[in-house]
Design a binder for this molecule. Structure first.
Ligand code: NDP
Length: 527
């Protein structure tokens, strides 16, 4: 086991090789649970990234013209390989992220495989050309066809280093695109495993390329002639990436941070709500964009709920997940995340919050932070307003569900939200008042696993969607084909030459069609 790695402010805590000119040439991957060096990859140069996009474009030209069914048939071989080699994927991801093996299997592998299955089963339907009924130009016919965009770029974070990039990669491939992916510098090996499995299935190698590097590599990818970018990461990086996409007119999807509120209504099932808070707050050590990041508990259930959350949190087993299936909470990816957690707690305590469980970094090998529950929280505290991305659940007591909704909406972020109540219809009504991309009633996180449902944020949590039918269509250019229903005459009354008579005729048509009470409107209403 190697020594714990030191924080390097230039590299998010990861070590790197440096060339004579100061450029970073390699990325080292460290196990956060042990400090062990797991491996390293070479940083791709700008020229290599440009060349990867050019090769991808050639591969796409052959792939994009295959019938959807054939593409899906070939991608299902990749699915078989992912299932066969699931344990290998779990090993790499678990070690590289310090993440429990259960999380790796269910959240990283199963969700990826299910998304691919859904798209392969439904792509022919989702991407089928369809006619649009025209309400005015009845003599014309319109249809929409979906054509692959070309080369899709993907830039992905470290917290789900397999499922987040692979979900985007597979959607792009099903739709007939090629993909160039730049994973986070912190977790290069997880996606290296995906690429190794991909290459073993006989799919064209250049159809899916991985380039490695830091922010500059992401920037180079955006400037390399891609036709779409799917970015997942923090809000501040997202703003820079969106600006770069704007400068290059690259359409983009922005999947950014979250600050998911959980509303515990007066009539919630306290046991289920408490367990959901503990799971939703501490799974993957809280490093989840849809983690339970703040709880608003109705005063009538608050004390009971806090007591149960504390008890359940006390039973969690934290440690190095490698070689065991009985660790619940693993490590923290790098020291900076621990510093962020410490700052939130110090700020909250200084403003009157109480630590009910945890509250500090664990001593000894590896980067671990105790699952922490805070009570007496309010919106003057950063822990209730800014993304934590660590194992902290702050709880605020509220006097009414209206107050909870108001506080839930008092955020610049809007990715996921949760409502707990025994009255499901009431839960759905409250859900519709919450400003978030997805609101889940009586459950947590699970919406990400619904391949059919769009996933993404509003406000500064981003724009565009992944998953669901629209995300697959958005991997394509929607091309509009417009034609006639009847033989076209040799000229058209709206074409040249213009005349006063033609103008007056147009005015009569306008009034007949659109004036309130016009004869055409009245006749139209009869049918
Ligand atoms: P970052 O924003 O730091 O990085 C995301 C990716 O962008 C990384 O690959 C990073 O590379 C790259 N990058 C950094 N700078 C640039 C740049 N200037 N141009 C192009 N690419 C760049 O996010 P994290 O990896 O720290 O991930 C955590 C964040 O991701 C959290 O805020 C979380 O909420 C969010 N997230 C959102 C999800 C969603 O679906 N909405 C899901 C999961 C996470 P490098 O690593 O080399 O810096």
């Amino acid at each position: 086991m190697g020594a714990l790695h030191q924080v390097d402010s230039n590299t998010n805590g990861n070590g790197s090789g440096t060339a004579k000119d100061g450029s970073r040439t390699t990325i080292k991957s460290w196990a956060p649970a042990t400090g062990e060096l797991l491996g390293e990859v070479r940083v791709s140069t700008k020229d290599e990234i440009r060349a990867a996009v050019a090769r991808a474009r050639k591969a796409q030209a052959a792939w994009g013209v295959l019938p959807i069914e054939e593409r899906c048939e070939r991608l299902l071989r990749l699915r078989d390989a992912l299932v066969d080699r699931a344990d290998e994927i779990v090993d790499v991801v678990s070690r590289e992220c310090g993440k429990p093996r259960h999380d790796c299997l269910s959240h990283e592998v199963t969700v990826t495989v299910d998304l691919l299955s859904y798209y392969c089963k439904n792509a022919a339907r989702i991407l089928a050309p369809h006619d649009i009924g025209l309400h005015l130009l009845k003599h014309k016919k319109s249809s929409i066809h979906y054509a692959p965009r070309g080369v899709v770029g993907v830039i992905s974070p470290w917290n789900f280093p397999f499922v987040i990039p692979m979900g985007d990669v597979l959607a792009a491939l099903v739709a007939g695109n090629a993909v160039v992916l730049k994973p986070s510098e912190v977790t290069p090996l997880s996606i290296q495993k995906a690429k190794e499995i991909f290459d073993g299935t006989g799919l064209p190698e250049d159809l899916f390329t991985v380039v490695y590097g830091y922010g500059e590599a992401g920037q180079a990818l955006i400037e390399s002639g891609i036709q779409k970018l799917v970015f997942t990461g923090g809000v501040e990086t997202g703003k820079r990436v969106a600006a770069a996409c704007g400068a290059n007119l690259v359409p983009c999807v922005m999947e950014l941070g979250g600050k998911a509120p959980l509303i515990a209504c007066a009539d919630c099932d306290v046991e289920r709500t408490a367990r959901a808070i503990v799971f939703g707050g501490f799974v993957n050590s809280g490093q989840v964009c849809i983690s339970v990041e703040r709880v608003y508990a109705h005063e009538s259930v608050h004390d009971q709920l806090v007591a149960r959350v504390k008890e359940i949190t006390g039973t969690l087993r934290q440690g190095d997940p490698n070689g065991t299936e009985t660790v619940d909470v693993g490590a923290i990816i790098f020291p900076k995340q621990i510093e962020i957690a410490e700052k939130h707690i110090a700020d909250a305590v200084a403003k009157g919050a109480q630590i009910v469980s945890g509250g500090k970094k664990r001593t000894g090998a590896g980067q671990f932070f105790e699952p922490t529950v805070l009570t007496g929280c309010d919106h003057t505290m950063t822990v209730m307003k800014e993304e934590i991305f660590g194992p902290i659940v702050p709880i605020q007591k509220v006097a009414s569900e209206d107050e909870a909704v108001r506080l839930a909406n008092d955020s610049h972020l809007g990715l996921n939200a949760y409502v707990f109540t025994k009255n499901r219809e009431k839960g759905k009504r409250i859900a519709q008042r919450i400003e978030a991309g997805s609101v889940v009633v009586n459950d947590v996180l699970v919406n990400y696993a619904a391949a059919e449902a769009p996933f993404g944020g509003i406000k500064q949590s981003g724009f565009g969607r992944v998953h669901g039918d629209d995300a697959l269509r958005d991997m394509c250019d929607a091309r509009h084909v417009f034609s006639g229903r009847v033989p076209e005459p040799s000229s058209d009354p709206l074409w040249f030459p213009y005349s006063s008579k033609a103008y007056r005729w147009q005015m009569r048509v306008l009034r007949a069609l659109f004036s309130r009470g016009s004869i055409v409107k009245r006749i139209g209403k009869l049918f």
